[in-house]
Design a protein around this ligand. Structure first.
Ligand code: PMP
Length: 382
């Protein structure tokens, strides 16, 4: 946002302070990372202790195994986890692994879905056939007919299908059970691997959003939350599926990184997940539902609000003016003392009280109304 963007110097709990000393309620939370808010005491202690003990080593630490066990215990299909430095790298690792296991190149994703900034991921986000990227094919969200047609055309070349179960940039609507089931069937018929990207959606349930469906992937990609605010990513799967990622396997594939599994990120992640239990998750999701309730039916005509648990997204009417309206909406909320994501997504954090969330709801309604009336004025309707 900008130029210039507001520059932040510190965060505490549910708020951030800018360089001019102004405190703002943070519903961005570093793009949904900070479910426990800023500078959580146990996370801060873990980070300080890890830094004091030496920030990185060229050998594994016991904590790496501990965090792996914690995430594996939550994700029902997983037996092992391999850490990376970001969600982007975890997706890259999943793609490389699927290609190695299948001997194929093509990856299928939902058009518009964001899976990080690798070339393959960005081709999925672009969502249009690109002759320079014959290794990527996309289908519109929840379009089972297109999914079937794509498998009919490319099934024997498909290494991997990657799905975010709640793809923000593809409209922030959940992937339907019918689409998921058909995807699983087609993957099984064609020997294609299925990965769920739960980099954002993992915060929504103890076992990730996948725990609310009956469909099981072969790989799960995590990031954000599991590093407690420090850089991280992870690929989870069965021992058999992840075997090529081990340097000890017969034909290993590359998955190294100087900082992967670094103890600062890992110990922060342990401190975060230890606190992020069922009770915290339920409370946070209830706050999100209250926010959604306040907004549904009260936004200006053409505006949309969608939400699942602690994630709620407000969108101006689609079309030419949507980009500028999103920007104006962001700044209108900022003027009222609230920070959203530029897409209009809000990710709540546990230090938020009901009262703070109620104020957030009012600020969102006022900001949307301000932008809508500006648009009406500009169009000569007011
Ligand atoms: N997948 C999803 C669903 C994401 O939302 C993101 C980041 N917003 C990524 C992958 C990439 O993660 P990172 O920014 O840590 O590389």
């Amino acid at each position: 946002m900008g130029p210039p963007p507001p520059r932040i110097v510190r965060g505490r709990g549910h708020r951030v302070q800018d360089e001019h000393g102004r405190w703002l309620v943070d519903a961005n939370n570093n793009f949904a990372v900070l479910a426990l808010g800023h500078a959580n005491a146990a996370v801060t202690d873990a980070v300080s202790a890890a830094a004091r003990d030496g920030a990185c080593f060229g050998l594994p630490t016991p904590w790496e195994g501990q965090l792996a066990e914690m995430v594996v215990a939550r994700v029902s299909h997983a037996e092992q986890a391999r850490f990376t430095n970001s969600g982007t790298e975890a997706v890259m690792t999943a793609v490389r692994l699927a290609r190695a296991l299948t001997g194929r190149e093509k990856v299928l994703g939902i058009a518009g879905s964001y899976h990080g900034s690798s070339d393959v991921a960005l081709a999925i986000k672009a969502g249009v056939d690109d002759p320079t990227r014959p290794d990527v094919v996309t289908v519109p969200l929840n379009d089972v007919d297109r999914l079937e047609a794509t498998f009919a055309a490319h099934g024997s070349d498909l290494a991997l299908v990657i799905l975010d179960l709640l793809p923000n940039y593809a409209g922030f609507e959940p992937v339907t059970q019918a689409f998921l089931e058909r995807t699983r069937q087609l993957c099984d018929e064609h020997g294609t691997l299925l990965a769920f990207d739960e980099v954002i959606s993992f915060r929504l349930a103890r076992g990730g959003l996948q725990s609310t469906t009956s469909v099981t992937p072969d790989l799960t990609v995590l990031g954000k939350l599991i590093g407690g605010g420090l850089p991280i990513g992870a690929v989870l799967g069965s021992e058999h599926t992840l075997r090529p990622l081990s340097p000890l396997s017969e034909s290993p594939i590359e998955s190294s990184g100087t900082f992967t599994g670094n103890p600062v990120s890992i110990r922060a992640g342990i401190a975060c997940l230890t606190q992020y239990d069922d009770q915290q998750i339920d409370r946070l999701n209830s706050l999100g539902e209250a926010l959604l309730d306040r907004l549904v039916g009260h936004l200006p005509p053409g505006w949309t609000v969608r939400g699942v648990g602690s994630l709620v997204r407000v969108m101006p009417p689609e079309g030419e003016g949507a980009g500028p309206a999103r920007q104006a909406f962001w700044w209108a909320a900022h003027r009222r003392g609230f920070v959203l994501m530029p897409s209009g997504l809000m990710a709540l954090s546990s230090p938020m009280s009901e009262e703070v969330v109620a104020r957030l709801g009012e600020a969102v309604l006022e900001s949307a109304e301000e932008v809508a009336s500006m648009v009406r004025y500009n169009e000569g309707r007011e």
